[in-house]
Structure formats: C-alpha cells, structure tokens
Write a protein that binds this ligand. Structure first.
Ligand code: HEM
Length: 222
C-alpha cells in the first residue's frame, strides 16, 4: 500500500514537480525563533477561516436594505450551524485585525523590515490596509442602527478630504446618502475586490518570506 502511494507521488512529482514545491514551503531551514514569529501564520489561518465562513454566509445573506438584517437574523436562528458560521466570521474579523497589527509590531520591533525584506514590508502595509477595508465594508452589511450610523460617520470623514472629498464620498456611498447603492457597493467590495487583493497579495508576501528566509531574533548589539 505504502509503495503504491509512493509510486503515485513519484508519478505526480515527475510531471508536476510538487515535491520541490512542498520542500521549499514546508521543509525549509528556519533560524531558532520564538512564539512572536507565529503571528503571521496565525493571521493567514484566520484569513482562510474568514474566506471559508464568508462563502457560506453569502448563500443566505441578502444585500438589500429590506432583507439584510432579517437574512442575518435567519442565519443566526434558523440555519443549521448558522450561528456558529456567523459567529466565527464576526469574531474572526476582530481577531484578524488584532493579529495583523501584532504581527506588524513584531516585524517592526525586530527590525525585520530591513534589507532584503523591504518589499515584504511594503506588501504587508497594503495587506494591513486591505484588512481594515474588509472590516469597514463588512461592518455595514448587517444594516442595523449601529452599522448604518458607523458607516455614515466613517464615510463622512472621507468627505473632509480637501478638493476631492465630496467626489470620494459620492463614489463610496453611490450618491449623497446611504442607500441600497451603498449597501451593494460595500457588499461587492467586501466579497470580491478586497478578498481577491488580499489573497493575491498574501501569495506575493509568502513567496517573499520563503524566498528571503525568516529573519533571526536580533541581538542586543545589533
Ligand atoms: C493578511 C496579513 C498578513 C499575513 C497573512 C502575513 C503572513 C506572514 C507570514 C506567515 C510570515 C512568516 C512568519 C512570521 O514572521 O510571522 C510573515 C512575515 C513577514 N511579514 Fe507578514 N503577513 C501579513 C501582514 C503583514 C503586515 C501588515 C506587515 C508589515 C507592514 C508584514 C510584514 C512582514 C515582514 C517584513 C515579514 C518577514 C519577517 C521576517 O523575516 O522576520 N506582514 N508574514
């Protein structure tokens, strides 16, 4: 049985080179580090959980002012394990913001953004902004009093940008007020634009982490 599995793996590896990919991703040499170095992987794990739970939520969620709130109510009370999936997505969002921030602090305090990891840092900055964008756009989706007014205030801040503020506000809201256009805009950005950017950028980020290797814990005299 074992040899048959080995044969299948050999056959596949000969044609797809999967083993070398596996080895460079999971079997690479890393310096002796500490628990702070696990924050990036923890963020990655939560991001994947968010994607998985988000896909399931999208089956029942309806992005209209009339149905948004009641569709979430339905998910929480009537759909099998809906409360669990929604709960993971809801708390996962907060956890992801905390984890990505702590990961960024770790990189900063250990000076891991220096040569040759500047581009890893830069892709990280965009990942941070995308994570915040996901939080902001997702917050409106339940369309309850809190999410409605939080978005009204948050988007009006954009309107204070000199010269182009008014234009940006109208683009974000799809008009002057928060309407169905705002909700569908936020929904589209929340489930397509931002997740696509997040996963694309995470791919580049992780490629660079593997390409450059993990930094070691800096010594006091460095
Ligand atoms: C979705 C967000 C992110 C994910 C999934 C992610 C993932 C990871 C992973 C798995 C690692 C390797 C292990 C580790 O050092 O923890 C890493 C390293 C790194 N990350 Fe991130 N990261 C994210 C956001 C950020 C942000 C916001 C920054 C900075 C602005 C950043 C900068 C870096 C740098 C410079 C390294 C190399 C660290 C070293 O070699 O010691 N990352 N990232």
């Amino acid at each position: 049985m074992a040899t048959r599995t080995a044969k299948v793996i050999d056959w596949l590896d000969d044609r797809a080179g999967l083993l070398s990919v596996w080895n460079s991703v999971f079997d690479r040499k890393v310096p002796k580090v500490n628990w702070w170095y696990t924050l990036g992987s923890a963020t990655l794990f939560v991001a994947m959980m968010q994607a998985a739970t988000g896909v399931f939520l999208s089956i029942y969620y309806i992005p209209t002012p009339e149905e948004a709130y009641s569709s979430i109510d339905y998910i929480m009370n009537d759909v099998a394990f809906g409360w669990l999936v929604r709960g993971i997505h809801h708390w996962g969002a907060t956890l992801m913001v905390i984890l990505v921030f702590l990961h960024m602090l770790r990189v900063f305090y250990y000076g891991a953004y220096k040569y040759p990891r500047e581009v890893t840092w830069l892709t990280g900055v965009v990942l941070f902004l995308v994570t915040m964008g996901l939080g902001f756009t997702g917050y409106l989706l339940p369309w309850n009093q809190r999410s409605y007014w939080a978005t009204a205030v948050g988007s009006s801040i954009l309107g204070t940008v000199p010269i182009v503020g008014d234009f940006l506000l109208r683009v974000m809201r799809g008009g002057d007020d928060l309407t169905i256009l705002t909700l569908s805009r936020f929904y589209g950005v929340h489930i397509w634009f931002l997740p696509a950017s997040l996963f694309g950028l995470m791919g580049v980020h992780l490629y660079l982490v593997i390409r450059n290797g993990i930094s070691y814990v800096p010594r006091r005299d460095e």
